[in-house]
Design a protein around this ligand. Structure first.
Ligand SMILES: Cc1cc2nc3c(=O)[nH]c(=O)nc-3n(C[C@H](O)[C@H](O)[C@H](O)COP(=O)(O)OP(=O)(O)OC[C@H]3O[C@@H](n4cnc5c(N)ncnc54)[C@H](O)[C@@H]3O)c2cc1C
Length: 487
């Protein structure tokens, strides 16, 4: 779809992670006048910030590509994080996307007035846009635990997303706080580096022990043949659809999956340790950490120690558990996750009649389709609340969302209107999702997907339904208002 933009119609995007870059490519192709503001000095978001040892992508590398730029040269089935970042940077350069991005520029305020978005940067610059797109990510604000004495630790201490590469691995006693995906990958990597590492685990996780073979030259060459490439893409698509089912509905597939994961635990020889590492909730309820170098083998090495339970306090020389046990440490890593429900905040966002995002999300976080909100015309989010964060590869989810947003931008521009979902359409969307949750794996345990009411803020329907939802614009769901400044 080629849109001929009027010069005065302007789009601003906040964020140049994969979502912002995907949007950039589409806006560029459409000939729209737009600017991207990125608060950091490089593209990549998650993959720029997370450089910890052991980071690998958890979906197949081939599923983590922009559809407009295949990569035939992934080194492994599941690429290391650094390789994903190299690929993202290459896409930005190859496609000429950098010239649209203003780096080290954070949008701190967005206010809708007189049918346009009035934005303010951290440096105090005012910018006006017809459409504002928040591509600000859902896992980018590090979360630190509320543990007494946290700032008293004498050695280096940092979050997993702020890895300090000046510290050599050997010769140090490492402490890793956190039993989730990052904590497991870091512990495993340090363990095989023969470091002395203690992992502090409050709750055991199900861990996917998987093979991660190198790609062969033949595989790479075959992908370059158009027919072989298309065939491979079709296989991937099938895989994605099949992989969905067990998470969404109970049944034999779910039971078989849980049996498979229990089998992984058999690698642990000591029954006591095996019991402690066996989760007390069903598979899939929390994000499943992926282990490429057998975490369960790693934690049985003599240089690895596991501390289960609650930490009482952090002291200058180490960590004390509530039962009084003390671990002396030299380096402390907080693998304690992210503020998954922050979205574009701390940016202040004010919509119609002075209503703010803080107010509308005060009691529950919601959206229409993960991309828009009633009362916030011409504001679009990429991977906002209820986007598929677990069961659909992110680039694929983005393809659906961005295709739809481009159509809404076209409507806004051609008809000289502002566009927002109606409250009724939003409630209908939420009710549809709400009725699907009880069957899914994400209910019944505490996890970072869920809000304070226990509703998982993700997409609980089949992958295919996501595609269908965004396939065509239902005008009945939208409220269009004249944009008077365009007359
Ligand atoms: C450790 C880790 C591992 C992960 N592994 C996987 C995986 O294996 N598979 C998978 O599918 N997903 C994974 N994810 C999820 C991952 O976040 C998404 O796949 C994807 O990278 C999100 O892209 P994004 O562009 O939406 O957000 P981000 O990558 O978070 O990018 C957001 C960008 O917006 C910028 N920004 C934020 N606020 C502002 C502002 N106000 N003004 C200007 N700029 C702003 C940020 O600096 C950042 O560059 C992982 C996440 C983490 C944290």
């Amino acid at each position: 779809m080629k849109l001929m933009a009027k010069p005065e119609f302007k789009v601003v995007v906040a964020g140049a992670g994969i979502a912002g870059l995907f949007m950039t490519e589409k806006l560029k192709r459409a000939g729209i006048d737009f600017t991207v503001f990125e608060k950091s000095d490089e593209v990549g978001g998650t993959w720029r910030d997370n450089t910890y040892p052991g980071l690998f992508v958890d979906v197949l590398s081939r599923q983590y590509e922009f559809p407009f730029q295949p990569n035939y040269d992934w080194s492994r089935k599941y690429a290391p994080g650094a390789e994903i970042q190299t690929y993202i940077k290459k896409v930005a350069s190859d496609r000429g996307l950098r010239r649209f991005i203003r780096f080290k520029e954070e949008i701190v305020e967005a206010r809708f007035a007189e049918d346009r978005w009035h934005l303010r940067t951290a440096k105090g610059e005012a910018v006006v846009a017809d459409v504002f797109i928040a591509a600000t990510g859902f896992l980018h604000k590090p979360l630190y635990p509320d543990i007494s004495g946290r700032n008293s630790f004498a050695g280096p201490a940092f979050h997993s997303a702020r890895w300090d590469h000046s510290i050599p691995y050997p010769g140090k006693r490492w402490g890793v706080i956190g039993g989730g995906a990052s904590g497991i990958q870091i512990t495993e990597a340090l363990a095989w580096e023969r470091c002395d590492v203690t992992q502090f685990i409050r709750r055991a996780q199900w861990v996917h022990i998987r093979e991660n073979p190198r790609s062969t030259l033949l595989e790479r060459l075959l992908l370059r043949l158009p027919l072989a490439y298309r065939l491979r893409q079709r296989q991937l698509w099938k895989l994605i659809i099949q992989a969905d089912h067990w998470r969404l509905k109970p049944g034999p597939q779910r039971d078989a999956m849980e049996r498979e994961y229990k089998n992984y635990l058999n690698a642990i020889k000591d029954p006591g340790l095996r019991r402690k590492l066996t989760p007390d909730y069903h598979l899939g309820c929390t994000r499943i950490p992926k282990s490429d170098r057998n975490y369960y083998e790693a934690v049985q090495q003599p240089n690895v120690h596991l501390e289960f339970g609650r930490i009482a306090r952090i002291l200058p020389k180490g960590v004390e558990m509530t039962d009084g046990r003390f671990r002396e440490l030299d380096v402390l890593v907080y693998a304690t996750g992210f503020d998954a429900h922050g979205y574009m905040r701390p940016m202040t966002v004010t919509g119609l009649n002075g209503v703010t995002i803080e107010e509308v999300w005060k009691t529950r976080i919601y959206s229409y389709g993960g991309i828009a909100l009633p009362q916030f015309p011409n504001l679009f989010m990429l991977y906002g609340p209820f986007s598929p964060v677990n069961n659909v590869p992110v680039p694929l989810g983005l393809e659906h969302e961005i295709g739809y947003i481009m159509r809404l931008i076209d409507i806004a521009r051609r008809r000289r209107v502002t566009v927002a979902p109606t409250a009724a359409a939003t409630e209908k969307f939420l009710a549809r999702l709400g009725s699907a949750f009880p069957d899914t794996v994400w209910v019944g345990c505490r996890n970072w997907y869920s809000d304070q009411q226990g509703t998982p803020i993700l997409w609980p329907l089949p992958q295919e339904a996501h595609k269908v939802f965004f396939a065509c614009v239902d005008m009945e769901d939208l409220q269009l208002s004249p944009a008077t400044h365009m007359d």
